[in-house]
Ligand binder design. Structure first.
Ligand code: AMP
Length: 223
């Protein structure tokens, strides 16, 4: 991981929250400490103890975009986000490893007392609110369930409570958010974890600088 003083640092794109927190141990295993805490600092470019590596903090859904266009050399993004990104940018990213971090499930959830299975059996047309249009569309098509999908950008849990939708497709980790809103998970859509993603051109032109980080992250993640 030596660096020439002339070389620009490698840029790693991360999102705040679970992905950042669960990446810190992987960075530490690669001998890297982040100099700022994104939960406290408003800085979007974070220096690390390695002059050859900086971190940019972007929204989770934007991580693949920064990496695909080369504004970041590599990043870490959830399978949920990558699946939606690939709908509009097929094959654009090299995804060498599942890091097994930020694990959760993508689920169909409804209000307590709503008989989802009966509605499906009766062939009802369901309104489903989600951020994950591709995953939801494919899931319900596979099950033969008729749905009208409503795109939301956040707080999906609210939609069934105020009559916007019969069901949601959202990430569930502990289940506390569903419970707090009198919702129940009725079906799994996918198991989710986060993957390392790499810009294809950077892999060719900066492979020597990138490789030790990719290897250290994979090794630390047991991947
Ligand atoms: P929980 O209450 O632990 O089930 O978490 C559910 C809330 O956290 C939902 O609003 C999810 O969208 C969000 N969430 C859970 N796991 C993740 C994850 N791995 N990445 C991003 N958001 C998540």
């Amino acid at each position: 991981m030596s660096t020439s003083p002339l070389a620009s640092p490698l840029t790693l794109a991360l999102s705040k929250g679970r992905i950042f927190e669960e990446t810190v141990p992987l960075l530490e295993a690669a001998g890297v400490q982040v100099k700022d805490d994104p939960e406290r600092s408003r800085k979007l470019i974070l220096e690390t103890t390695r002059p050859d590596l900086r971190i940019i903090i972007v929204r989770a859904t934007d991580v693949p975009t920064y990496v695909q266009y080369g504004a970041a050399d590599f990043g870490i993004a959830g399978r949920d986000v990558l699946y939606e990104h690939a709908a509009t940018h097929p094959g654009g990213l090299y995804q060498p490893v599942d890091l097994n971090i930020a694990r959760c499930r993508l689920c169909v959830a409804v209000r307590e007392g709503f008989d989802y299975q009966a509605a499906v059996r009766q062939g009802a047309r369901l309104r489903v609110a989600t951020k994950y249009l591709r995953a939801a569309r494919e899931h319900f098509a596979e099950k033969g369930v008729h749905v009208d999908l409503i795109k939301l950008y956040g707080s999906m849990e609210l939609a069934p409570l105020v009559g916007l939708a019969d069901a949601i497709v959202d990430l569930v980790s502990t289940g506390n958010t569903l419970k707090a809103n009198q919702l129940v998970a009725v079906e799994d859509v996918a198991q989710i974890s986060s993957r390392l993603i790499v810009n294809r051109a950077a892999l060719k032109t900066r492979g020597e600088a990138l490789r030790p980080y990719l290897d250290a992250f994979s090794h630390a993640a047991g991947a």
